[in-house]
Write a protein of this length. Structure first.
Length: 510
């Protein structure tokens, strides 16, 4: 909410009357506003300072232009810090920033959907943390993941913010849950992604290259190649013909998965969940500690997630969609870590008494199975045909082509199995208060529980083939900071229309 000039002027005038009310961020926030090239410019200056035996006079004579540029960047950062102020009122938080064009924003505490406090290792001795405050309103920043307010506050002020948002709900009934070590390890094993780990490793090497040159990259890839050659030489006869480059790629993928696994393990360590009335507090993290406060009324839907193994062993984890919670980079909006399905149902019953998933009102009929298994089956055949053509053209590369074909078919074959299971479990149900959607996206199964008042629209979609077999896609769009959609494929068209009309009648009934 934009402040009027009168309100901003009044806040300025009241500074002398209540100096402790309007505050600056922690001084370390100056570094947050520095340009990314600021740190690269510091490297040659530090090297020169060491080379000149810390003779500042000689350094100023030789590198006065570099030092002037660094001072200019630092001055801009200091001005941004100085002209960014905040005030914690009784009913709202006020944030003022800008030294040329002023902008002031106010967020009532009752409109806050989530508050996040992040404390990195280097912040421990400084006694400060990042605080991110979000509402259901769309972010005014360029990035979709940007919060409505992001500041570096002293720990005392952050504690005050959490105490203010908590005091709105003084319910004495408190429900607390902690993640067990076994669940934490299981969660990290099942939700670690080699792709995200490799991406993180690549970003680290690239950024390191910008600062220290190519030494780190060359050292890393040299070590990986050496390890690959060693494995190739000592491999059993079964894998003796696998090229070194293939083993190198496998090692990099494994390192990426290991990085992702350790990251998930450290991130969700000490996971604690506390529910008091309509307020939910979640804390986790080992090296980087995070604390979240969520308003239950701002949760748009619950997402019960499983992969095929979790489905077989009847375990699941629960994520929630709430503006400001888990939308940062590499964040997962975990609400309930991996637990038995019965335990998840019990916990959800405590937190959301109206949210239940029942037997599917509209299951998927057998004649729509091709909608699920068709794409992976076609891809499997295309890989086989492509490999056969390549073998005919390049017989001397038979071992490499055959191995590559098998490696490419394994994940697609697994996808075919997953999609077959998805066909047997997907469906839609509606109990006048909550819509339940069961579907599969990629290798992951989702059970979405959406309260009726959080649905923005329902769409029944049919392509040209579905018009002949009597099926459709049932799509539900939910209210959130950004539009989210959930699609159940291959639903019987007449049943979908019946459910759509049932929902429309409920909406029109006062």
């Amino acid at each position: 909410m934009e402040f009027s000039k009168h309100r901003l002027h009044h806040a300025r005038r009241s500074r002398n009357k209540a100096r402790c009310g309007i505050r600056h961020q922690h001084p370390i926030a100056v570094l947050r506003y520095t340009n990314k090239y600021f740190w690269i410019l510091l490297i040659p200056v530090v090297r020169a300072l060491i080379a000149y035996s810390f003779n500042l006079v000689h350094l100023m004579r030789v590198m006065w232009w570099d030092i002037l540029i660094i001072a200019f960047f630092f001055l801009l950062a200091w001005l941004r810090w100085y002209f960014t102020e905040y005030m914690l009122g009784d009913d709202s938080i006020l944030c003022v920033n800008g030294f040329i064009a002023k902008q002031a924003s106010e967020i009532p505490y009752s409109k806050i959907s989530a508050v996040t406090a992040e404390k990195y290792m280097w912040m421990y001795p400084l006694k400060c943390s990042y605080i991110l405050i979000d509402t259901d309103a769309k972010s005014t920043e360029m990035k979709k993941t940007s919060p409505d307010i992001k500041l570096i506050m002293r720990d005392d002020d952050i504690d005050r913010v959490f105490s203010i948002v908590k005091r709105q709900d003084m319910d004495e009934n408190v429900y607390t849950s902690r993640i067990s070590k076994g669940s934490l390890v299981s969660f990290s094993l099942l939700f670690s992604s080699a792709l995200s780990g490799v991406t993180l490793l690549g970003a680290l090497l690239i950024n390191a290259g910008d600062i220290v040159g190519d030494t780190l990259q060359n050292t890393f890839f040299s070590a990986v190649n050496t390890a690959a050659e060693t494995v190739n030489k000592k491999a059993l006869y079964i894998i003796a013909k696998i090229p070194t480059v293939t083993i190198t790629i496998a090692i990099i993928i494994f390192i990426g998965w290991l990085i992702s696994f350790l990251g998930n393990l450290l991130r969700h360590m000490h996971f604690t969940f506390e529910k008091r009335g309509g307020s939910i507090t979640i804390s986790d993290g080992f090296l980087t500690q995070r604390k979240y406060h969520i308003q239950r009324d701002h949760i748009n839907y619950a997402d019960l997630r499983q992969n095929l193994l979790m489905k077989l062993f009847r375990v699941m984890s629960v994520n929630v969609n709430c503006s400001g919670y888990g939308k940062g980079k590499n964040e997962i909006p975990v609400f309930i870590p991996i637990s038995k399905s019965a335990k998840v149902r019990s916990i959800l019953k405590r937190i959301f008494p109206d949210m239940e998933w029942e037997a599917d009102t509209i299951p998927i009929k057998f004649r729509y199975i091709w909608r699920y298994v068709g794409p992976p089956a076609i891809i499997l055949n295309l890989i086989t045909v492509a490999a056969g053509v390549l073998i005919c053209l390049f017989r001397e590369w038979f071992d490499v082509i055959f191995f590559t074909m098998i490696m490419a078919q394994v994940p697609i074959l697994w996808l075919l199995i997953v999609k077959t299971a998805a066909f047997c479990t997907s469906g839609v149900s509606y109990n006048r208060e909550v819509v339940c959607l069961k579907y599969c996206r990629g290798y992951e199964f989702h059970t979405i529980l959406v309260p009726e008042d959080r649905i923005s629209k329902i769409v029944i979609s049919r392509n040209i083939f579905q018009q002949f077999n009597g099926s459709c896609d049932f799509i539900v769009y939910t209210n959130s900071e950004y539009t989210k959609s959930h699609r159940v494929r291959g639903v019987d068209y007449r049943s979908a229309l019946w459910l759509f009309n049932k929902y429309s009648e409920s909406e029109s009934t006062p």
